[in-house]
Design a binder for this molecule. Structure first.
Ligand code: FES
Length: 385
């Protein structure tokens, strides 16, 4: 008898290769965004991989089939060997994307990255308003530097996405955010409604927008899309919908261990960048080859396929579309990563989502009350646990 209770044999789940590799080069960052998805105890994580160790991990992942590579962090620009890593990735045949705040870039460095073969740049903005941007970033002059770097990227003809994490403090300004991104000549604008992992989870009540705010923002984004289409403008507006106002979960990572492989600064390999908070033993590229990690490690196989699912996911007609939602969110909200994502209205833990919405409604909207992400607070949190 198979997992679904029938007698016909279901084929065992056979994972394909990882197509996306996220190289989180460092957790260090000059900014302090309160919605960062890095782990709360990032300051206590192990030593970063060396240049040679990163290049070996890139080589192995490419051999497995990874084609898209994101250099991220923290702030990847803090790695002095970034140009070397970009060159190595380019020579290995990756499509390389630098995911950055733009702080610490500079024109000469950008030229060196372009010469090394960098294919694409994603720059984050916090807001269209300078004062709010810099308050959320926890850094004075961040806004001016980001705009200067976005213009420098454009001047070099590199494809550029501007990414804005949208939450209750900037969502009402979405029209101005779009206008700013168009003025900066972005190829695409990712309006990513805040997801509540890491530091964002800590600040959830102060970040979650209301349903009315979201409806308005989606309407304005839709109007802008129509305007751009009428002008045959090439910029794409991508609105990432928020979990906490949905009734069905997202197909997180397109399924655990399905397409996406992340490597944390210390070499821990993860099926998603938030997974290290789960009570699983994740393998490290210092000890194991990526082929073993991807295909054979217990952690990467833990939530593959459908056999691990309890009810209501196990018998749900939608399980092949959403894979039961997000394992990290299931763990954070229900205490068990194998549960259905509480975002789903069929989940017995959906009340946690409703309670979070009510808590956010009661919480005063003050950007200066958010807990900023920095090493000192990270150490205090780690000590308090
Ligand atoms: Fe980790 Fe969804 S964020 S599985």
């Amino acid at each position: 008898m198979n997992a679904s209770g029938s007698n016909c044999a279901e084929p065992a789940f056979a994972p394909g290769p990882p197509l996306w590799l996220l190289a989180e080069l460092t957790y260090r960052c000059p900014l302090q965004c309160p919605y960062c998805s890095n782990p709360l105890d990032f300051a206590g994580q192990g030593e970063e991989l060396s240049t040679a160790q990163w290049i070996e991990a890139l080589r192995q992942a490419r051999e497995l089939g990874a084609a898209q590579l994101g250099f991220s962090g923290g702030e990847p620009l803090l790695r002095r060997d970034l140009v070397e890593l970009i060159r190595a990735a380019h020579e290995l045949g990756y499509y390389t994307n630098l995911i950055t705040s733009g702080i610490g870039l500079g024109e000469a460095r950008l030229d060196a990255f372009a010469a090394a073969g960098l294919d694409h740049v994603q720059i984050s903005l916090q807001a269209a308003d300078e004062a709010l941007n810099d308050r959320l970033a926890g850094s004075r002059r961040a806004f001016a530097r980001k705009l200067a770097m976005a213009r420098a990227v454009r001047a070099r003809g590199l494809p550029m996405v501007l990414n804005v994490v949208v939450h209750r403090h900037n969502i009402d300004d979405i029209g101005r955010i779009i206008e700013l991104c168009l003025e900066l000549e972005a190829d695409a604008v990712e309006l990513a409604t805040c997801q509540f992992y890491g530091w964002a989870r800590l600040n959830r009540a102060g970040l979650l927008p209301s349903r009315e705010q979201l409806a308005r923002a989606e309407r304005i984004t839709g109007e802008w899309r129509a305007k751009l289409a009428a002008r045959r403008h090439p910029c794409r507006l991508i609105f990432v919908v928020p979990d906490y106002h949905e009734e069905r979960p997202k197909a997180c990572m397109h399924g655990w261990g399905s397409l996406f492989l992340a490597i944390a600064p210390d070499g821990t390999a993860l099926p998603c960048h938030s997974a290290r908070q789960l009570p699983l033993e994740f393998p490290n590229v210092r000890e194991y080859g990526l082929k073993h990690i991807w295909y054979d490690s217990p952690a990467f196989n833990r939530f593959r396929g459908f056999d691990w699912m309890p009810e209501p996911c196990r018998s749900c007609a939608e399980r092949e579309r959403d894979f039961g939602g997000c394992r990290c969110q299931a763990f954070l909200l229900s205490g068990d990563a194998s549960n259905a994502d509480p975002v789903c209205s069929k989940s017995p833990h959906h009340d946690k989502i409703l309670a979070a919405r009510r808590e956010a409604e009661r919480t005063p909207s003050a950007a200066d009350r958010l807990i900023l992400r920095n090493a000192r607070t990270s150490r205090l949190i780690a000590r308090a646990r």
